[in-house]
Structure formats: C-alpha cells, structure tokens
Design a binder for this molecule. Sequence first.
Ligand code: MIC
Ligand code: SF4
Length: 644
Amino acid sequence: MGDTLAQKLIRAHLVCGEMVVGQEIGLRIDQTLTQDATGTMAYLEFEAMGVPRVRTERSVAYIDHNTLQTGFENADDHRYIQTVCKKHGLYFSRPGNGICHQVHLERFGIPGKTLIGSDSHTPTGGGIGMLAFGAGGLDVAVAMGGGTYYITMPRIVKVELTGKLSPWVAAKDVILEVLRRMSVKGGVGKIVEYAGEGVKTLSVPERATITNMGAELGASTSVFPSDDVTRQFMAAQGREADWVALAADEDAVYDEVITIDLSALEPLAACPHSPDAVKPVSALAGMRVNQCCIGSCTNSSLQDMLKVAAILKGKTVHPDVSLSIAPGSKQVYNMLAENGALADLIAAGARILECACGPCIGMGQSPNSAGVSLRTFNRNFEGRSGTADAQVYLVSPETAAAAALTGVFTDPRTLGDAPVVTMPEKFLLNDNMIVLPAPVEEADSVVIERGPNIKPFPKTAPLADTINAKLMLKVEDNITTDHIMPAGAKILPLRSNIPAISEHCFVRCDPEFPARCKREGDGIIVGGANYGQGSSREHAALAPLYLGIKAVIVKSFARIHVANLINAGILPLTFKNEADYDKLTLGDELCLPDVRRRLMMGEPVVLENRTTGQTIELCHTFSGRQIDMLLAGGLLDYTREQQA
Ligand code: MIC
Ligand code: SF4
C-alpha cells in the first residue's frame, strides 16, 4: 500500500509519534513565517525562550497587516520586528513588499519542505507542494528555536479533479465548490490533497487560491503535487534549483475521496456571513452592489490582476460602486506597472491600494451601512469588514470585476469572451525590500527597539488543583476568532498590548464581557460547535487568559484555536453529551473539582454546576505532552521547565 503525498511529506519530517489517525505526531519544521499582527507577540515569546539565532532553514517576518499607521503603535511594532530579525537571524520583508503568503510563494517556498506560519492561511504554500500549517505565535516561536511542531495525525481526503475550467470560471469557484460540499467544519482533522488529471490544467497561483482557502474548511492543511507546472513557476521565479517532483504513490489509499469535474463548475459566491453559504452567481444576478474589493492572500496574483485589468480595460467603474484593488506583492505591482495593466485599472476608476491585507482585515475600505460588498477574499464573517451590517460575498476576481462595471451581481459568462492570461516566462526579480539578518558575529551589538505600546506576555500560573469559576459567557455554534478578538483598524494596533486589547475581547457578542471578568474574577466560557474557527491569532486565547478565563467548555473546537488555548494554559474541554450545553446559564457558579489530579491520573474530568446542583461529564483528547503543558501553565512555562 503506497503513501499519499501528505503522508510522504509527514514521513519525511516525522520526529516522534506514529502516523496513526488521531494520534499526536511531531514534525521537524524547515521554514517559518510571521506577519506583523501576530509577529510582535511571537517574537516576544521567542525572546523569552533565550535562543540567540533561529534554527530553521529559513525564517521570514512579513509586515503586511498593520500597515495603516494612524498612530505610533504599528510603526513601532514594525521597527521592533525589524530589529529582532537583524539580531536573531531572520529575513525581514518590509512594509510595501506584499502579503506574506503571496511573497512567500514567490520568493521562499520550496516544494517538499515544511512551513509553519503565525497566520491561518499559511497552507497557501501547499500550492507548490509544501506541507504548510497555520499555527499560534508560540508554536512558531518554538519552531524558530528548533523545536518540534505537534499536530494530530489527520485523515487524508483526496479531491480528484477531472476536466478543465470553462471560460470565466476560476480557481475561487473550485474552492467554493469544495466549501459548499464539505462546510466550514468539514475539514477539521483532515488534510485535503488534490490529485487527478485536472491538476495539470491549474497554474500555481490558481492552486494557491485553493490551498489558501482550505483554511476555511477547518482543514489542517491542503496540498497539490509538485509537477511540471510547479517547475515552470519556480523557474520563472529564478528558483528552478529548488524544485523537486512530488506526487502520491499510484496505490495510495485515502480516508475519503471527493471528485470534482472542473468542466461542470460555474461562477459561485459565498453569501453572508459564512464561506460555506455558497450559491451560483447566476442565482444572485441583478442584486445591487455597493463595493467590490479585489486582492488579499487568496486572489492577488499577477494572473488575477491581469484578468481584472483585461475586463476593465477601456471601461468605467459603475457610478454606484467603489472598486478597490490591492495587488498581492511588490513583484505583482511592479509588473502591472511595467506592462501597462496598472494604467488600465487606474483609467477605469479603480482605487489602487498598497500591496497589503488592507480591507480583508478591516484596515480601511469598510462598506457603507448595510452595503453589499463583493470581495475576492477568503472570509466574510459578520462585522469583519468593519461595518456591522455589511453584506459581504466572496467571489472570484472575474465576478468582482463584472459587478464593478455593471453595478449589480453579474454572471461574468454574460460578458462575452473571457480574458486569456498566460503565466510569464520570467517574473520581475527584485528582492530589494527584503532585509537580510546581521552576520552572526555582529548580532550581539544589534539593539532591539521597543515602543511603549509593547507590553509583556500575560501572567500564567500552574493549573490549580480545583477550579472554581463563574460562567462568564455563553455563546452559540461557529464562534470565530473575529468574535473572540476582533481585528480592524482601531483594535489591531493593540496586538502587542494584551491588557489594552483585552478590553475588546468578545465585545461583538457581549459588550459587558471584559468588565464582568474584571469584576467577578475567575471565569469559564461555554460555547457550541466549531468554537474558534478562523484565524490563528493567539490573542483569542491570551486576552481571555488575561481576563481570568480558566477553561472553555464547548461542543467542538477548531484546530488552531484549541492549540492556542492549551499553549496559553487555558483548559479546552468538550461536553460528553452535547445536550448538557442547555444545562448551563450565564452567571452559574461552576467547579472543576480535583481537575489537576484527574488530568494527571487520566481520570475523567467533570463539571459541577453549584447553582443547579447538576454534574456534567466532560471530555478531552489531550496528549501526555499537552497535559504536562497545561499543568505547567502553558507552553512558555513548559518550555522553561524542560530547559531547566
Ligand atoms: C485573518 O485573516 O484573520 C488574519 C488576520 O490574517 C489572521 C491572523 C491575525 O489575526 O493576525 C489569520 O488568518 O490567522
Ligand atoms: Fe491578510 Fe486577509 Fe490573508 Fe489574513 S486572510 S493574511 S488578513 S489577506
């Protein structure tokens, strides 16, 4: 019995554990990436570990999220990260160089290597055959120090692609179809591996759109084979020497198989407020549109931009639509400028933004009240755009450009001939916005510069013998990290200041939550299924930690968030019987009796509701390592204990 591609990549990096579905395995990490919104905290954690120089093959810090500088905070964080990179041996991608996932694919990613990044869309690297995971900042800090990265051995799902995309149908429509079929929790505990004849019809940027949005399935990661298309992309980036061919064995056995006929797909849209609420664009045709935004790490490649430029060329954006465009990288931007496509975009009336995350994370371009916004992005969670009642639809660049011209949802297939865009033989290579680290012998003299907004990691404590706490918040299914720790232009500058950012924790669900935590002391959060879906931001664990949350008890968790809770020393537990969720009410006095000893002895953990007198059985799937981490008070304390 042969291996799937994902199994081959795991086997080649396996440090410990057995490749048995559901068991914890440890992986050697070749590359790491961070972005600025999670990076400051990750580097504070890295510094706390006391490792002088990163021990990976390549670690890169990108500045792409917090680029709107309305105060000193973001610029201070950029400077802090730049000095850390210089001292500790990391490459630094300056603001203006582009979105981490796009730039990493272009300039650093290598087929067959492992990559973890403090951003949930790190699986973009799967587009060139990398085994790439989104992770919390602490996990990335540990990997930078040469430590192992732990995951639960996933089930491997094969998505067999047949046929070829029709004109006007895009890679975005492929992943929206996968989301329609699997849902936002359908990928939990799985790696999605693409295979079949249809693969070779997709370019690397198209594959990267698909692996990027595997994050929205809740999947551990997604991966494409590395083939001749990959080789040509690497060669065009001047990096053919880094290319290797990679594919599953002929007789590989998968846990699940899905078949998608590319030829049968049509333009699709994810409707408000979930990436899996997918409908055909034709069914939405005619609906008025207020805004179109093209860009983000999902759809900002040169290929995407050239298609949009061809659609807009010689035309004018509809008077009732605001169209913003953010190319994904300086390479893309520069090539658009050189070949004249940028002029076509400007002439049509597009609002051209810097190459950064921008509107995708609510950094500007919030839609008008109740505005309908068509975005080529990957998340349309309620309120994420910065406008609470905006109606955000996720669509392909083709569909967004069509609506920008007509002012209404338009099936792009009604616009005549589709633009044909070919991949360049050579990309424009100019890495002048990547700053190299100081040589080892000079590293000691590099001074790390910290702004006044940078505050230390919150206090942790070893797990108590018994936890007595109040039910501080009760929430429903599919709570995203954007609910727990909102982003946007006003809150993101506080990412390096946990006391300040915690004032915004959960305010979209309950504005009283932070004040209540401060007033009442220790707390427990109760939630539904798929709790913590979305981003990798560890702030969604660190802010609750700062506010005294000791445990989170839910029906089920999203992968990265549960790891972040354990890293922060907060107990993530699930109901043995989901109906017990209904037995708990805000304000109940709760107790986890004898929880420390029970975890140590492998005995079941129970929850006593002192207000109603009921006892509720709980579950967990902690590994021995995770229990040790929780007992110690989180990953930082555990690592210090190990070092001692
Ligand atoms: C996102 O798309 O939500 C983010 C912003 O990129 C996050 C990271 C963060 O919150 O800083 C992610 O996807 O992990
Ligand atoms: Fe940036 Fe949006 Fe991609 Fe997150 S999803 S990395 S905010 S572009």
